[in-house]
Write a protein of this length. Structure first.
Length: 260
């Protein structure tokens, strides 16, 4: 159900009835398959439902076993190879999961490599910042002091996004002085307004930056020794495993496999 400590349900799970022809839902084919599976159980004697439940659990166990991924982490990886991997991996829309996993790994590794941070935390992809108690997607600390908050998006930054994130960071009461947006770019129509927003916040004591994940990765790993690139790849694997998003894990695995 997500990584939040608070119980919640997605909207589809609040449906009071399942029926054939649910065309007004996302992933209609999956819902149709679920209805097809559940229909016979409506007439199954209660004493046989336990056996049906056991078969479902056994099937889930087999599926999970098949989904176990062993990443072919290389002993060495060149900077151009790494950048090509990131470009390919982040090109697929994922609702923000892929860039968040990569950015979390990047700030952990760069924070350690440059002695910038000793604690980097990120929220779950389906977990609201307010529910997690975090002023942003990623929080970077050193010695217990909050040094940087990162907002990660897989779409261009809009003025509304910038205003919302800036307000949230300032209202967190964390004494934040640095906020970074890891985004592809800013929306061109909002460029001037976003620049003005950043300027006003700078005057009020909040530094705000906008960077691309790929660009930041390139410059960080151009300065760090080669071994840190492999550590970054491994940390990204761990982040993806923690989030249990199978398509993203498989895509990262396949990109690593292509290096060998």
């Amino acid at each position: 159900m997500g990584s939040s400590s608070e119980p919640y349900a997605s909207k589809p799970l609040r449906r009071t009835k399942l029926y054939r022809g649910m065309d007004n839902v996302r992933n209609a084919g999956d819902w149709e398959a679920l209805v097809e599976f559940l229909e016979p159980l409506e007439t199954t004697p209660s004493e046989n439902l336990h056996d049906a439940f056991q078969r479902v659990m056994a099937s889930l166990a087999r599926m999970l076993a098949e989904q176990q991924i062993t990443y072919p982490i290389p002993q060495r990886i060149g900077l151009p190879q790494l950048m090509n991997m990131l470009e390919a991996f982040l090109a697929t829309s994922s609702g923000g999961l892929r860039p968040l996993a990569v950015a979390t790994a990047l700030f952990r590794i760069a924070g350690e490599g440059f002695s910038l941070f000793d604690d980097v935390q990120s929220r779950g992809i389906n977990e609201a910042d307010a529910a997690s108690g975090m002023p942003g997607d990623i929080m970077c600390r050193k010695g217990g002091e909050l040094c940087l908050v990162v907002e990660v998006k897989d779409q261009n930054l809009t003025l509304a996004d910038a205003q919302s994130s800036t307000r949230k960071a300032k209202e967190s009461g964390a004494g934040l002085t640095d906020l970074l947006f890891a985004v592809p770019a800013t929306r061109r129509a909002d460029d001037d307004d976003i620049a003005e927003l950043f300027s006003r916040n700078f005057a009020a004591g909040l530094n705000i930056y906008v960077v691309q994940i790929q660009s930041l990765s390139f410059h960080a790993f151009a300065l760090l020794k080669e071994e840190w690139r492999v550590r970054f790849v491994r940390e990204t694997c761990s982040e993806l495993d923690a989030r249990q998003e199978q398509p993203a894990r498989k895509a990262w695995h396949d990109l690593l496999l292509g290096l060998n």
